[in-house]
Design a protein around this ligand. Structure first.
Ligand SMILES: [Zn+2]
Ligand SMILES: [Zn+2]
Length: 179
């Protein structure tokens, strides 16, 4: 739905329309896409975003109100600085076992080829990395909840050269998720 209102602001007339994705109103002249606000066009299509400057719940530059569609929120959650291979692993497990059962713990922000996963209670951890270029060559480290109070988690095993199904098998057992 597109409709135009003209607002008088800072002595200039600017057209306002509502974003198809997040439903927020925004200034049309600041977005490079016709029906999307700068925020949504950036996230969905990589167009230049506004450097938002919020005041009273609205960006002064683009008029965006900070709304996010569920879809965008979901994308943002997944917008980790990770390699495609790692992202597809996360996607694979979360699609199969549910986003509430496979949680991401990213203690390795600078490492694009590694991700930490845990289950609902956040007690059992798994660390996955893909150092090699080959398919089906994953590294997995598993950690149990600590038995004493010294360490938060105790490492219980490291596995090299795993295929995806081997990885899945070990991960699911460790996180106590059913197939
Ligand atoms: Zn939007
Ligand atoms: Zn803005």
């Amino acid at each position: 739905m597109t409709f135009f209102i003209t607002l008088k602001m800072e002595n200039q007339l600017r057209n306002i329309t509502s974003c198809d994705e997040c439903n927020s109103d925004y200034y049309t002249d600041i977005s490079q896409m016709t029906n999307l606000c700068p925020e949504c066009s950036y996230i969905l299509y990589g167009y230049q975003n506004c450097k938002h400057d919020f005041e009273n719940g609205r960006c002064r530059k683009c008029f965006w109100n900070g709304n996010m569609s569920n879809y965008i929120q979901n994308l943002k959650d997944k917008n980790l600085n990770k390699s495609k291979k790692i992202l597809s692993i996360i996607d694979f497990f979360q699609t199969k076992y549910g986003t509430t059962n496979i949680l991401i713990i990213d203690h390795w922000d600078s490492d694009k080829e590694a991700i930490g996963l845990t289950e609902k209670s956040k007690q059992f951890l798994a660390y996955i990395s893909t150092i090699s270029d080959r398919d089906n060559d994953y590294f997995l480290a598993l950690e149990n909840p600590s038995v004493d109070n010294e360490l938060v988690h105790s490492p219980i095993g490291e596995f090299y050269n795993l295929s995806l199904s081997e990885l899945e098998d070990k991960l699911i057992k460790h996180l106590k998720l059913a197939h």
